[in-house]
Design a protein around this ligand. Sequence first.
Ligand SMILES: [Ca+2]
Length: 178
Amino acid sequence: MYFFYLITNAQLDTEHWFAPMSASSLQGTPKGFLYLSTHETTPYRYSLNGIDYQNSNIFTGLSRGTHKVFVLGADGCSPVTKEFLVINIINAITPNGDGINDVLDYSELRIKENVNIEVSDRYGAVVYKSPKNVYTWDGKPGGRTLPTGTYWYVLQWMEPETKLTVSYSGWILIKNRE
Ligand SMILES: [Ca+2]
């Protein structure tokens, strides 16, 4: 699953450009989905490369990483642009040292500020809290192997430009060979 954004028209020319959609609205949505909402009858046109514009305010199939969106108003003047990040949300890790899905890796968040990654067990006990400027976790608190199970994670960061705090949370399966 990927992280995606809602942009409202009121946010086009203010510091409040991007607001994450709620977790419930993420369910069943295509990967790499960008929805730009203008909340106005004025036609806007949208582009991801500044050349090819479309009338639809929806983009799908975006790859993981940084993208730029161009929004052109009805006057056809210079577009408003904004960079955004498509994050690969990790649903499971298997920290058994076989080199496959061993690590919780959110290193793409290094371009954000005040990044915090926290993982708790189902009883709410914190098993991991990321130190400053650390974006990966080996799944082993103090070198200890955790029981296989579902854990709750919270990703939080501050948008560098807007200083708005964004958070995303959900369940992650931590699976160890038993
Ligand atoms: Ca593994």
